[in-house]
Design a protein around this ligand. Structure first.
Ligand SMILES: [Zn+2]
Length: 270
């Protein structure tokens, strides 16, 4: 599943090819993805210049004067900029044609992604009540500390709550908690400000690193293969249940928390 770093990498890859371009047509090969594609997408976009490509949480927004196309990659979605004549394959659901002679093609085998419409000056329901961006200055230790008081939920569940902070998926929550030395099951409200400072620092470092890693594949962006991801050999706990901790040698434990697989080291995390 594309996580925040992959979505940000996608945004950075798309922007130079899409920003400033005029949309010459929208081709919908089916009426829906996860949800129906609203009529404004095909009606309003043609003839408009793309003013910017933004990311909010794991959503991408293509801004134009009348409004923004709001895209989510879901479980298996992929956005590529391709020559218009590139042959269409089974799961290529949407083409947004650009005056450069290329198309922005949305491919999504499992169709958990979406393409929606946000009128200019409005905020789509899906983007309301979201917490701050993890790499922004609004995400800091004091914020998390205050937000967590009286919260009995495990810290990992709290950290993955999109209303608290967006885009910290399972991999990044597990790895950040390891780096900060915090056991994932500890009640969010019982964690000190100092430990939250370490956690915030860990989240920012790990996400920024993953985006940089993704960036290394940007040169291949115009090719139809592969989404960037976090390198397996850099993971300390995620996916390493039953293996030896790289730091202390104890066996990495596993369990479920908030219905998600959770891996941690009982020696390094307390
Ligand atoms: Zn350990």
């Amino acid at each position: 599943m594309p996580e925040l770093p992959e979505v940000e990498t996608t945004r950075r890859g798309l922007a130079p090819h899409v920003e400033g371009r005029v949309i010459t047509g929208v081709l919908l090969r089916r009426p829906d993805l996860r949800w129906p594609i609203p009529p404004e997408v095909a009606a309003s976009l043609p003839g408009q210049r793309v003013l910017g490509v933004r990311r909010r949480a794991k959503y991408l927004l293509l801004d134009t004067a009348p409004g923004s196309a709001l895209l989510h990659l879901g479980m298996s979605g992929m956005l590529r900029v391709l020559p218009a004549a590139t042959p269409v394959e089974t799961h290529d659901h949407v083409d947004i044609a650009l005056d450069s002679g290329r198309v922005l093609r949305f491919t999504d085998p499992r169709r958990f992604g979406c393409l929606l419409w946000q009128p200019a000056g409005e905020t789509h329901d899906l983007l309301q009540r979201l917490g701050p961006e993890p790499l922004s200055d609004d995400f800091h230790a004091q914020y998390l500390y205050q937000r967590s008081r009286d919260r009995k939920a495990p810290i990992k569940t709290f950290l993955m709550d999109q209303a608290v902070v967006v885009g910290v998926g399972n991999i990044y929550a597990a790895e950040s908690l390891f780096r900060a030395g915090i056991a994932p099951g500890r009640a969010a409200g019982s964690i000190s400000r100092e430990r939250y400072a370490r956690l915030v620092s860990a989240v920012k470092t790990i996400l920024a690193h993953a985006i940089t890693r993704g960036g290394t594949t940007l040169r291949d962006f115009l090719n139809p293969d592969g989404a960037p991801g976090y390198f397996e050999q850099e993971l300390f706990v995620y996916g390493r249940e039953g293996e030896a901790c790289r730091t202390c040698g104890r066996t990495i434990r596993d369990g479920r928390m908030g219905n998600r697989a959770t891996a941690w080291c009982g020696g390094c995390q307390t």
